[in-house]
Design a protein around this ligand. Structure first.
Ligand SMILES: Cc1cc2nc3c(=O)[nH]c(=O)nc-3n(C[C@H](O)[C@H](O)[C@H](O)COP(=O)(O)OP(=O)(O)OC[C@H]3O[C@@H](n4cnc5c(N)ncnc54)[C@H](O)[C@@H]3O)c2cc1C
Length: 417
């Protein structure tokens, strides 16, 4: 095999590229941008809402309805995809249980189900009667402890009972890197990486959190590592947990950075900032994709192509002024199309079916036409381009990305055998 080209550097593209590289396949990953991970919570959502909270995600996946992409992927591939991710990230990067969802607090004080999460979030799993101190930082937008505590205190836990959360604000100790009054989450996170800063913050927080069982802080405790969180936990002498902020999110950024580094270590040749604008095909096979590059478009040839471009958010799917929806690169057939007033409703809280529009695949992860025939023999699709699921409503995005990436890699292995 001369190699595989993976298009996209989101969770599905990076997972597929790493899995192929681990099997000794030469892999080239071509992506325009960094993908949605830096916008995500840094957790692994397999299936969280249905619309009520789902307790056992793999069981729910195994019972996915006809038309849902989990039907083509299968629970076994989701399990293998998650195991791949854990192996790539190494011991201690994520914890939790793939079989059972855990509820973790959001910045709004809602409880959000997820399967795996960074250790820095673990102490945020609620229990009846737990006394939490939620501490906001004056310079950090998007975390208002009074709002979060108020909502949490009103939320009954699934087994009955409530947490007791109190709200506190802290003026962060000055640091030259902090800049003005309003700092981005990334700026504050970089300051937490500076030697001695987490100790200073711990000394300032300590008087606020006496008599509490655990301390919740906005997820800005370090840009890449977990040292600041470990220091705060040690210095305060009680569990500390990070609460994810709205996008962009530091835990998601840490996950994206770790996976991109891992891909490079495994020998994946990563070309970022390269949008694939067209492709060449012959006799039902893709021969090459062509990426925009300085000077002239650059062709990438391969035996197999794994297409992981995301969905509407990344521009892989677009809607024109006449409400026509297209997949922009290959012009792949789409499932879920309907008149626009059926796809988008004025009721914001209703199911917006437009987000279910996407590509349908066979068991080999190849896009299929309306008759169920593969469009190209060597083109596989993984991640958010797959139609039939509303990822952020279901909380299924990472499970779909990892499961379909694994299924695509397995299919490539079978076709090469
Ligand atoms: C703001 C936001 C919040 C979300 N929150 C959740 C959540 O809470 N829970 C959940 O389960 N899911 C959530 N999702 C869904 C999320 O999309 C998935 O979890 C998952 O991250 C998707 O990964 P992906 O690899 O399919 O695509 P993406 O992460 O979107 O990556 C797509 C990649 O393809 C590249 N690309 C696209 N077109 C081209 C091209 N022509 N040439 C080269 N490169 C190209 C992009 O630059 C990018 O690198 C959220 C999505 C968004 C946008």
């Amino acid at each position: 095999m001369t190699g595989v080209v993976v298009i996209g550097a989101g969770l599905s593209g990076l997972a597929a590229a790493c899995a192929l590289a681990k099997r000794g396949v030469p892999v080239r990953l071509v992506a325009e941008g960094l993908g949605g991970m830096a916008l995500s919570q840094g957790t692994v959502d397999l299936w969280g809402h249905d619309p009520a909270p789902v307790a056992r995600p793999l069981e729910r996946i195994a019972a996915a309805p006809q038309g849902h992409p989990y039907r083509a992927i299968g629970a076994h591939n989701v399990r293998s995809g998650v195991e791949l991710l854990l192996d790539l990230l190494g011991e201690g990067f994520l914890e939790g249980d793939i079989e059972t969802n855990t509820l973790l607090p959001t910045a709004l004080g809602a409880l959000r189900p997820t399967a795996l999460y960074p250790p820095s979030m673990a102490a945020g799993a609620p229990s009846d009667g737990a006394r939490w101190a939620l501490v906001g930082f004056d310079r950090v937008r998007d975390f208002y402890p009074r709002l979060a505590a108020g909502n949490l205190n009103r939320t009954q836990l699934p087994g009955g009972g409530f947490v007791h959360a109190s709200a506190h604000m802290l003026d962060l100790p000055d640091h030259p890197l902090l800049g003005g009054a309003d700092a981005s989450a990334m700026t504050v996170a970089r300051v937490f990486d500076q030697p001695g800063y987490a100790q200073m913050v711990a000394r300032a927080i300590a008087p606020l959190v006496k008599g509490h069982d655990a301390v919740g802080l906005p997820a800005v405790l370090g840009a890449t590592g977990r040292d600041a969180w470990a220091t705060l936990t040690r210095e305060l002498g009680k569990p500390v947990f990070e609460v994810s902020l709205p996008p962009p999110s530091l835990p998601g950024h840490r996950l994206g950075q770790a996976l991109t580094s891992r891909a490079r270590e495994l020998g994946v040749r990563v070309a970022l900032g390269a949008r694939v604008t067209r492709f060449t095909a012959e006799a039902g096979r893709v021969i090459a994709v062509h990426a925009a590059a300085a000077g002239a478009p650059r062709p990438y040839r391969a035996d197999e192509f794994v297409y992981c471009p995301g969905g509407f958010e990344s521009g892989a799917l677009t809607m024109d002024s006449r409400h026509g929806i297209v997949e922009r690169l290959f012009g792949l057939p789409l499932t879920g199309l309907a008149p626009v007033d059926e796809l988008i409703t004025a009721d914001y809280g209703a199911r917006q079916k437009v987000f279910e529009v996407g590509v349908r695949v066979d068991d080999e992860m190849r896009p299929v036409d309306p008759a169920g025939e593969p469009v190209y023999a060597n083109l596989r699709v993984a991640g958010s381009l797959l139609g039939g699921a509303i990822r952020w409503a279901e909380k299924s995005g990472e499970g779909l990305a990892l499961g379909s990436a694994w299924a695509a890699v397995e299919a490539i292995g079978r076709s090469a055998a």
